[in-house]
Write a new protein. Structure first.
Length: 429
């Protein structure tokens, strides 16, 4: 991390950088705040979540200095720098924010040009806040993970898979969405504050709401199927995993899930450094279009369904995104370290990743096939509607949809599927 940042600082003309963890922000007209999330750039250096108000100063060639805020507070347990921090940083702890800021200002006097990554740096620091040339370089390089980051993502995946196995059992015992949420949290060893993103837990047609955010307290009367998209974190790094399980009364849905699962794995087999992620996304659309034909959702061939854009109604999101200290990790469209972006084509505007695939990248592969009433009624107004087998679509609409999402690491010869590896190790069924 230090050598990466040194390179980015040199290329953008800074001799040091201050990174501020940030502070919780209160709800409007309130004295309570949502769970604190540190500035992700701070997490890259200090992967612990209890670091409110801390500041890191990095000067290439020296050990980074950590100014830790440990206030005198009898309402909360004050954050404490962990033991390991003293081995990695020039560590100083402060009770008062003002003293911390003065100490940083003093240290900065020795420098010529300093950048600050964070919100509202004090004027006394005389820093340039969030300079675009530096931010662009830092965001660009984050796509390819260090060995430490890969180890964190492996552990986050393992924790998430444990949660998924517990959630599946809760579903099979006819738990409500709320019961399943609790099973996921317990299985993955997390509180809600630990989650990388809110769990998406949808039974039946709730699976058609891509980021479904409610948790019904009672199980539905009919059991068609269940979609869960939930991840776990480890030292600030998060996994992002989806599975879909067929219901007791929908044998045909089980076939659709198995078919999408097979296509997802086959696509992952094709991943190689040097390919473009957009091409993977388009290749997945061709596979989805073939499934539309195979499951008689369209009357035309798979090729014709693809050319007519029908697959976009059934899979209206991107194939995946970079993964790291943020679930949708930054830099997915950034195709140069200087900040140049390549957005996806208009017809695929929701795709978050358009970069050339490189060794060390970690991203998701998350194809889906959904029956979304809003998008289906739009399609009914379009020319492609005549190729759709509407009675078949209506039969399947109560199933909601399927999403299968794995986290993969790009290697020289192909991709490692971190999620499947963890399921193979942990799932005895
Ligand atoms: N869970 C959000 C996503 O899959 O991107
Ligand atoms: Mn997800
Ligand atoms: Mn995802």
């Amino acid at each position: 991390m230090a050598s990466r940042w040194a390179e980015a600082l040199e290329a953008s003309g800074f001799d040091a950088v201050v990174v501020a963890a940030g502070r919780p922000r209160f709800y409007q007209f309130d004295d309570l705040a949502p769970f604190f999330r540190p500035n992700p750039h701070f997490t890259l250096w200090f992967p612990e979540k209890h670091c409110e108000g801390a500041v890191l100063l990095f000067t290439p060639g020296s050990a980074p200095a950590l100014y830790f805020h440990s206030p005198a507070d009898y309402w909360h347990q004050p954050a404490q720098a962990p033991d390991w921090a003293a081995e990695r940083f020039e560590l100083r702890s402060f009770e008062e924010t003002e003293d911390l800021e003065i100490a940083v200002a003093k240290a900065l006097r020795a420098h010529r040009r300093v950048a600050c990554i964070g919100e509202d740096p004090p004027e006394s620091w005389a820093v340039e806040a969030n300079p675009a040339p530096l931010i662009h370089r830092l965001h660009y390089q984050r796509a390819c993970k260090t060995g430490f980051e890969i180890a964190c993502l492996e552990q986050a995946t393992e924790n998430g898979v444990k949660g998924h196995i517990a959630a599946r059992e809760a579903y099979r015992a006819n738990g409500s969405e709320f019961d399943i949420l609790r099973a996921f949290l317990a299985g993955s060893g997390q509180t809600e504050a630990d989650l990388p993103y809110p769990c998406i837990i949808g039974r039946n047609e709730h699976a058609a709401v891509l980021h479904y955010q409610h948790y019904d307290r009672t199980p539905p009367a009919d059991d068609h199927g269940f979609l869960i998209d939930a991840g776990a974190s480890h030292l600030g790094y998060g996994s992002d995993i989806s599975r879909t399980w067929p219901g007791g009364d929908a044998a045909a849905f089980a076939e659709l899930i198995a078919a999408l699962d097979e296509q997802q794995r086959a696509l992952i087999e094709t991943i190689r450094p040097g390919l473009n992620y957009l091409d993977l996304h388009l290749a997945m659309h061709r596979r989805i279009a073939e499934l539309l034909n195979r499951f008689e959702l369209v009357r035309c061939s798979g090729d014709a369904a693809y050319e007519l854009g029908l697959s976009r109604t059934f899979m209206p999101h991107g194939l995946g995104h970079l993964l790291g200290v943020q679930t949708h990790d930054v830099g997915g469209w950034q195709t140069t370290p200087e900040g140049g972006e390549t957005p996806p084509p208009d017809a695929h505007a929701t795709l978050r990743l358009t970069r050339t695939i490189g060794v060390g990248m970690v991203f998701t592969i998350e194809p889906g096939l959904y029956f979304i009433p809003m998008l289906l009624s739009r399609l009914r107004q379009e020319a492609g509607a005549r190729e759709v087998n509407w009675p078949q679509v209506e039969t399947m609409t109560p199933w909601g949809g399927v999403r299968i999402e794995d986290n993969v690491l790009v290697m020289e010869g192909g991709a490692r599927n971190l999620t499947r590896e963890a399921f193979a190790a942990l799932d005895s069924t």
